[in-house]
Design a binder for this molecule. Structure first.
Ligand code: GCW
Length: 712
């Protein structure tokens, strides 16, 4: 059978006919009518989703019924919206809070039914999506009893979308938000965006770039925001904006943005009041301040908490929150960049208002292929810390490399801070349980644009999906999430699913190997970060590559032990001791923490240089393996998506070689040692790689180029 071509627009919400005839027959028996009273906007969209999903999956319309009339009813609602749910007195509802749900097989009015119940309309919507997922992944409904609630309260996406439609670090087209046509024209795609987010439990979205434009806070734009929020609201998505710290000057006519200036505070209060008058359920602000040239309280000799608290004060009467980013480092400060956030923020622990949170990147530098967890986790017990991850692949091959990020997100979540003894994981800091915070959250920089398939690479949507699922339940395994996503996105063919799960799981480690093995970091091409640039030098040191790898004739790596910057002391024992010792430091972080001789012998018995070479080669080999694996699956999915991935894997293999050759040629020049056996020699000399220039790489605002060079 030839499968119909698909363009990926439907994401994982493909409600195609269940292709297992036996199972389909069983489902048709088990699902015969829908009892779903209630008329709130959220219940309406939940009901619509259920009807549409079932119609597609079962191949016929399932009728709505006022009451349970036969076996096979699906009864949905809250104790308020549905008399039947109220009657059931489900004890499990007491445990799922205001967003969780219960899906359970029950006898109602002497008939076999499936109940989808929650304490809120939003919970019902999440339950409906979870139920549809069961059918999409062809699970048995027999004896169904699922009790599920999110582990983290704020489950956010951060769009780095600019008002001119470009997306910082976006590789899948332009912004979805059509500011020009808003508020009058509402793109139907907004609804599909909201459906996708709600289906994985996301409940908040920050519409604008953290490198913020104050215009978004002006009245005309606020009306555009409100129109968009009207579409997202029924799906439980609350809207947040980024606040440019200097807005009082740029759009308010004040001469200062000093957070301790009474006029400035009054301006923000009035601004926030205005926002809430236009958008009564506005979520709050996300702020990047005094980082990479953004304005902030330091400009006035104030501290981060002064800035955050001023905004938190303005938001507090409306129930809004202020999320302050902990991605702070200063070009003029000599201190190791990996320590600066701790130096600036730890002393301010306990001084932030109750409605202020700090948003902390997974690692202390910047979304590198591998970083140790950020040492702020565990170091600020009095402040709720959100985890920020990056879904968009700024440092992971943009939208051309197949890299599944769930293992990377989980690496951070599962990392043990040991701050209150073993088991004090980052996840427990983030969900608030370790330090008893009520408010908790996760944020991710999205990879979504207006490409027809949303995220560019057909596999990139897996990372949006995985992130959402992990915000709901970070104990899910990467395998389980990949399994769900593959079945819903491509096919339930067991052979296909099993083969590709493994390929996805391995893909993260492969990209680390061909880009930055053994703890190397930040050796990207300058500015656009597309491709290797270990030679980058001559700009502010903390944006160069040479600052991070410190290669010389003797060795390579950044000494962050006591003999170096001592960043290692920000971690707690016993992990600290493990990291500090070159013999016990995990080898995948070796060059993050140590400057190591090229001849240093690793666990494999090989020297560092040989090991590094072999890892780069292994990375390339693994991409080749991915190509072969993918090709065995021709015909198991539609030809269009099959070919799309196949062609992108060709690009990925080519770029993996580019990484290997550029980096090894560069490092080899320090010591002249030969490549070990098994490592393919580079095609070109170092000069060639250093002179590769790419123009107009997506993801950065257009810049004039000042260098004409080889185009690889
Ligand atoms: O990863 C870096 C990016 C910047 C980004 C910054 C940040 C929005 O290179 O483009 O700016 O991080 O997180 O603020």
């Amino acid at each position: 059978m030839v499968l119909k071509n698909e363009d990926g627009y439907e994401l994982w919400l493909r409600y195609h006919l269940v292709d297992d005839a036996e199972l389909l027959a069983v489902y048709r028996q088990q699902i015969r009518e829908i009892v779903f009273p209630g008329d709130s906007p959220t219940l309406r969209v939940a009901r619509g989703e259920l009807q549409c999903g079932l119609e597609g999956l079962l191949g016929h319309e399932v009728m709505l019924s006022e009451s349970v009339t036969e076996d096979g009813a699906i009864v949905c609602g809250t104790p308020e919206s549905s008399a039947k749910i109220l009657e059931q007195k489900l004890v499990d509802l007491d445990t799922v809070g205001d967003e969780g749900y219960v899906i359970s097989q029950q006898v109602v009015d002497w008939h076999q039914t499936i109940i989808i119940a929650a304490n809120s309309d939003k919970g019902v919507l999440y339950g409906v999506f979870a139920f549809l997922r069961l059918l999409q992944t062809q699970q048995s409904l027999d004896g169904l009893h699922i009790v599920s609630a999110p582990k983290v309260k704020l489950r956010m996406l951060n769009h780095w979308d600019n008002l001119d439609g470009t997306i910082e670090r976006g590789f899948a087209g332009h912004s979805l938000w059509d500011w020009h046509k808003l508020p009058h024209y509402i793109d139907p795609r907004y609804t599909d965006y909201a459906r996708a987010c709600a289906s994985i439990g996301l409940n908040a979205t920050v519409l604008t770039n953290v490198n913020a434009n104050a215009l978004i806070l002006t009245e005309p734009y606020l009306h555009k925001v409100a129109a968009l929020a009207d579409v997202l609201r029924p799906y439980g998505l609350q809207v947040y904006l980024t606040a440019r710290f200097s807005a009082p000057m740029e759009i308010g006519g004040l001469s200062t943005a000093d957070p301790l200036d009474a006029d400035v505070a009054a301006w923000w209060k009035a601004k926030v009041d205005q926002i809430y008058s236009i958008l009564p359920d506005f979520g709050g602000f996300v702020v990047k301040a005094n980082s990479e040239g953004q304005p902030g309280p330091h400009d006035y000799g104030r501290i981060h908490a002064d800035g955050a608290n001023m905004l938190a004060d303005a938001l507090e009467p409306h129930g809004g929150i202020c999320i302050w980013r902990a991605f702070v480092y200063d070009a003029d400060v000599q201190e190791d960049r990996a320590k600066q956030a701790n130096s600036q923020l730890v002393p301010q622990d306990g001084t932030f208002k109750a409605n202020a949170l700090l948003q902390v990147k997974n690692g202390p530098i910047d979304f590198q292929p591998r970083e140790p967890y950020h040492p702020l986790f565990g170091a600020m017990p009095k402040t709720p810390l959100m985890l920020e991850v990056q879904i968009t692949q700024e440092y992971l091959g943009n939208a051309t490399h197949l890299v599944y990020l769930a293992p990377m997100f989980k690496e951070t979540l599962d990392a043990d801070t040991y701050v209150k003894g073993p088991g004090s994981t980052v996840a427990k800091v983030v969900d608030g349980s370790l330090d008893g915070h009520d408010i908790s959250g996760m944020a991710a920089v999205t990879n979504i644009g207006d490409d027809r398939n949303w995220c560019g690479h057909p596999f990139a949507a897996a990372n949006w999906y995985a992130y959402g699922r992990l915000t709901w339940d970070y104990t899910l395994s990467s395998e389980q999430i990949a399994d769900e996503w593959l079945r819903m996105t491509f096919s339930n063919d067991e052979d296909f699913v099993d083969t590709i799960i493994q390929m996805m799981i391995d893909s993260r480690e492969s990209v680390v190997k061909y880009m930055m093995p053994l703890g190397l970091h930040h050796i990207f091409a300058e500015g656009h970060h597309y491709g290797p640039g270990p030679w980058v030098d001559g700009i502010r040191p903390d944006w160069t590559a040479v600052y991070y790898h410190q290669a010389d004739a003797e060795g390579v790596g950044f000494d962050r032990t006591a003999s170096g910057t001592d960043a290692v002391s920000l971690y707690n024992p016993p992990y600290r001791d493990q990291l500090a010792n070159v013999d016990t430091c995990p080898e995948n972080l070796l060059l993050w923490f140590h400057h190591v001789s090229w001849d240093h012998v690793l666990k494999s018995g090989r020297t560092l240089w040989d090991e590094m070479c072999l890892m780069y080669q292994e990375g390339v080999n693994e991409v080749r393996q991915m190509q072969q694996t993918w090709e065995t699956l021709e015909g198991k999915i539609d030809a269009a998506r099959y070919m799309h991935v196949k062609k992108l894997l060709v690009v990925q293999e080519r770029e993996a070689r580019w990484w290997r050759d550029a980096c090894l040629t560069y490092f080899q020049a320090f010591h002249g040692k030969p490549l070990p056996e098994g490592v393919e020699p580079a095609e070109h000399d170092l000069d060639y790689y250093e002179n590769i220039v790419h123009y107009y790489v997506p993801g950065i605002p257009e810049r004039r180029f000042d260098k004409i060079g080889t185009h690889s």
